[in-house]
Design a protein around this ligand. Structure first.
Ligand SMILES: Nc1ncnc2c1ncn2[C@@H]1O[C@H](COP(=O)(O)OP(=O)(O)OP(=O)(O)O)[C@@H](O)[C@H]1O
Length: 449
């Protein structure tokens, strides 16, 4: 769990990103099947440098849905011709899957809005998501495009020939993180297999990191549409998920995209065993072992104690988040109180009374405002103490019986009142203001017939 200041920063960045537009967005359709404000999530520049999704060019855009105002990630596949309407059947099945480690699939459609035949799949948008590749595997110092090192999602184990020696610049992932990733991916696989589907895209560039150590498998369902005509056996595809999963673990442990290539396997296993111990190695050996209908169940047997650890950590994180939320809740209460002060104090006129804010209950509120904000020390210097403000406002908010002395500005009179009484004054003055607004609204409504 990040510290509270970094939670705030993370959430603020996310909220800004939802509305931001990538400056490289040019010549994009204004409107697309109910989506607008399209903005590429990657920099689409030189055509020659463009990466492919299998055999297809693909681009991911952020877009706003007109119906619900929410942001979505649209993955577009260029030059896709749909031959059978049934190609979209898997999307229907995928859109029912909701899981903490899967980017939800929303809908799919074909469009000519990009001046070609494009296939678009809409996913939940996760602001500031980065791919596992970008977070852990991308060479840090050089500017080389990473696509040369990419393994294609449809050819697990087909490496680039680079040996599995560790990338010198990057740090080894802590074992704790690897196990957390393993549990999350395993859990996603389980959900998908139990729904009678296969994940099919278990590779670093298609898994998003959407928070600290939080993974979500992205672009589910797309391969099912693209490869629909091949009519592949689901049981076989599910077994391939395990193989890809094993490969992914090797790649992460060795910090090298070529680590799962057949010719590198032995070296990779040695490296894993040396850096992380036998458990992880045995898990990978198990995942890469021959197909079995029992594999999912066996996988969870192997992972049981890791899952318990993961759950402890998750519950711990929930507690801490609740704590953070609690303090924010307090903030919100104080802001509401301050807003009430703002509505009442110094109001020039109310109910045709120019002295409304100075008289009756409001006089007490005015003196209390002076008590909170305008105190001076013995030399007449302003007391600028935030803690005094917070303490007094909190007491007001809870309406304690504690009494304080409020002094008039001319110091000729003073009042002893409890916080409880001041709170009642605030409530009644505020409801007078709020009530009049409702009466007005009704009058306008009646007047308008
Ligand atoms: N659902 C989503 N929410 C937010 N961002 C996303 C989402 N899906 C993808 N992205 C972002 O879009 C960018 C492009 O995704 P893409 O899958 O094309 O990754 P890539 O690294 O370019 O891989 P490839 O080499 O296969 O093109 C990535 O940086 C990813 O973080």
């Amino acid at each position: 769990m990040p510290s509270s200041s970094s939670i705030r920063e993370t959430l603020q960045t996310r909220s800004e990103l939802i509305r931001s537009i990538n400056p490289s967005a040019t010549q994009l359709p204004e409107e697309l099947q109910g989506y607008h404000s399209l903005s590429p999530l990657e920099n689409v520049t030189v055509t020659a440098e463009r990466r492919k999704f299998g055999n297809w060019y693909s681009t991911v855009y952020k877009a706003i849905n007109s119906a619900d105002g929410g942001a979505y990630a649209l993955r577009r596949i260029e030059n896709y011709r749909m031959t059978q309407q049934s190609a979209f059947a898997p999307i229907e099945a995928w859109s029912k899957i909701r899981h903490a480690n899967i980017v939800s699939v929303c809908e799919a459609f074909t469009t000519r809005a990009f001046n070609d035949n494009s296939l678009v799949v809409a996913y939940t948008y996760h602001p500031n998501a980065q791919t596992l590749f970008d977070v852990h595997l991308k060479p840090k110092s050089s500017h080389t495009s990473h696509h040369h090192q990419h393994q294609h999602w449809y050819a697990p184990g087909r490496g680039t020939g680079r040996g599995p020696s560790r990338n010198a610049q990057s740090n080894t992932l802590p074992e704790r993180t690897i196990w957390s990733y393993v549990v999350q991916i395993a859990s996603a696989i389980r959900k998908v297999h139990e729904a009678g589907l296969a994940v099919r895209t278990i590779e670093p560039s298609k898994i998003l990191v959407t928070g600290r150590n939080r993974l979500r498998i992205g672009c589910c369902g797309l391969v099912d549409v693209l490869m629909h005509e091949m009519n592949q056996d689901m049981a076989v595809l599910q077994q391939e998920d395990f193989i890809r999963f094993g490969g992914l673990i090797l790649v992460l442990c060795c910090n090298n995209v070529a680590a799962s290539a057949p010719m590198n396997l032995q070296k990779s296993f040695d490296l894993v065993e040396r850096s992380y111990g036998a458990d992880l190695k045995n898990l990978v050996v198990f995942l890469l072992s021959k197909a079995s209908a029992q594999k999912l169940r066996q996988l969870f047997d192997l992972l049981s104690s890791r899952i318990a650890t993961e759950m402890d950590d998750a519950l711990d994180a929930v507690d801490r988040l609740e704590g953070e939320l609690m303090s924010e809740l307090e903030n919100a209460r104080l802001v509401r109180l301050m807003a009430k002060f703002g509505f009442i104090n110094e109001r020039p006129e109310f109910a045709r009374d120019a002295r409304w804010s100075e008289t009756g209950d409001r006089y007490i509120i005015k003196l209390f405002r002076d008590y909170v904000f305008h105190q001076v020390d013995e030399h007449g210097n302003p007391v600028v103490s935030l803690s005094h403000v917070l303490t007094t406002l909190n007491k007001l908010d809870s309406g304690t019986d504690e009494k304080i002395m409020l002094v008039a500005r001319d110091e000729q009179s003073c009042l002893v009142v409890s916080y409880k009484e001041i709170k009642a004054c605030m409530e009644s003055a505020f409801s007078e203001l709020a009530g009049s607004q409702q009466t007005k609204a009704k009058e306008v409504y009646r007047g308008g017939g």
